[in-house]
Design a protein around this ligand. Structure first.
Ligand code: PLP
Length: 408
């Protein structure tokens, strides 16, 4: 038994060394984010002299606006080099609460906010705090792979809701309702959505809010791409129905909109009793978010927005270009996404699985993309391309894809 479990963990974690003392059984259930693995393989090919076009990684190719960098430097110079409270600095929590009142139109204060190193820990902590073994969690598929990974890790039952291309990757509320059972504790939504760029319609958000209130579930609303929308204004589940506030864990942060992925600054907004539980998980893991990083919140959220506006209009231009260029390739069709910086083209007519297409594109054409199945089984037939790259690189990548597809 011990050997069996040992082998399985080793196999999953690709540990080749024999006689490693077995890792904990729970490691078998922990998934990963393929983007980092593809990036590593692409870098290896580059080290061998190949030129690779990177359309795999989901981070802005812009630098953090200068006034935010300056704020961090002066914060460090003035001695912000110490621990802070686990839930976040009081002034940072208050500024985030003010931002959420302004951007989501809902009444919250600093007690509702927990500041974390990037927004990702909010997923991890929320699921750890809420989900017992056997509890069910509904999550989007295709969707960000960490949702399913963490639910499994804690012994919960992940229940996928399929996002269909024919609905512009929105979700079917009747289908969602049919998946809710007496054991459903949490519904995860993500709008704008990674990997499809889809945005949930107002009536869908309203129906999800109603469902959560009627069936007594929490909603984890991953709104990390909230400011990256192209057609109309962003709508939060909290706009759709402010009464759902006590059931919602709002996840957002600085990584995407403010080009601050490496700063690790994110937050969750949730009922204060849950915020205290999440802060305790932080005490047990990270202790707190870096103090100097937290001290840029005020100038970042309420300072000049020119750089951000420039970045967003560039993403808009790139979206239109990449969608047009992909649709011109025989065998590929691509919906025009309403948000985020990803496209999710359908490649099923090429006669390859998504994984085969992604692997061959990297090996044969030198274009790094992600298989749709990196985001769950319903991603079969699709690839994810990030257009957080220069227009020149995007066009080089799409031209390479076109030539490669022609030669299949
Ligand atoms: N949520 C989604 C849907 C994401 O795509 C990402 C990052 O890729 C995150 C959350 C995490 O963001 P952060 O870098 O702030 O941890």
């Amino acid at each position: 038994m011990k050997v069996l479990h040992h082998n399985r963990v080793n196999e999953l974690l690709t540990i080749e060394k024999p006689n490693v003392i077995p890792f904990a059984r729970r490691m078998v259930d922990l998934g990963t984010e393929t983007a980092f693995e593809v990036l590593a393989k692409a870098r290896q090919l580059e080290a061998q002299g190949r030129t690779i076009v990177h359309l795999e990684i989901g981070e802005p190719d812009f630098n953090t606006p200068a006034h935010i960098v300056e704020a961090a430097v002066s914060s460090l110079r003035s001695g912000a080099t110490h621990y802070g409270p686990s839930a976040g600095l009081p002034e940072t929590r208050a500024a985030i609460a003010r931002y959420v009142v302004e951007t989501r139109g809902v009444d919250v204060n600093a007690d509702w906010v927990v500041v974390t190193p990037g927004a990702k820990p909010i997923m991890f902590f929320t699921i750890l705090a809420l989900i017992d073994p056997g509890d069910e969690v509904i999550y989007p598929n295709p969707g960000f792979p960490i949702y399913e990974s963490v639910v499994r890790f804690v012994g919960g039952r992940p229940v996928p809701i399929r996002l269909r291309e024919s609905r512009d990757f929105g979700l079917d509320v009747d289908e969602l309702s049919s998946l809710v059972t007496g054991r459903t504790k949490l519904i995860i939504i993500n709008s704008p959505h990674n990997p499809t760029g889809g945005v949930l319609a107002s009536e869908t958000l309203r129906a999800i809010a109603r469902l959560a209130m009627e069936r007594d579930c929490y909603i984890l609303a991953d709104e990390i791409y909230s400011q990256i929308v192209y057609d109309g204004a962003f709508e939060s589940i909290l706009h759709a129905n402010p009464e759902v506030r006590d059931r919602v864990i709002l996840l957002d942060g600085m990584s995407k909109t403010f080009a601050m992925t490496g700063w690790r600054l994110g937050w969750g907004v949730m009922p204060p009793e849950l915020a205290r539980a999440v802060a305790r998980l932080q005490t047990n893991s990270n202790s707190c978010t870096a103090t100097f990083s937290q001290q840029v919140i005020e100038p970042a959220l309420f300072g000049p927005r020119d750089d951000i506006k420039g970045m967003l209009s560039e993403f808009h231009r790139r979206r239109d270009t990449i969608v047009g260029a992909l649709n011109a390739i025989p065998g590929i069709r691509c919906r025009c996404p309403a948000g985020a910086f990803y496209v999710f083209p359908n490649i099923s007519e090429l006669g390859l699985t998504s994984q085969q297409a992604a692997t061959r594109l990297l090996d044969e054409a030198g274009v790094a993309t992600l298989s749709g199945t990196s985001f769950g089984s319903f991603g079969e037939g699709f690839l994810r391309l990030s257009y957080a790259n220069s227009m020149e690189n995007i066009m080089e990548g799409v031209n390479r894809i076109g030539r490669w597809a022609k030669g299949l």
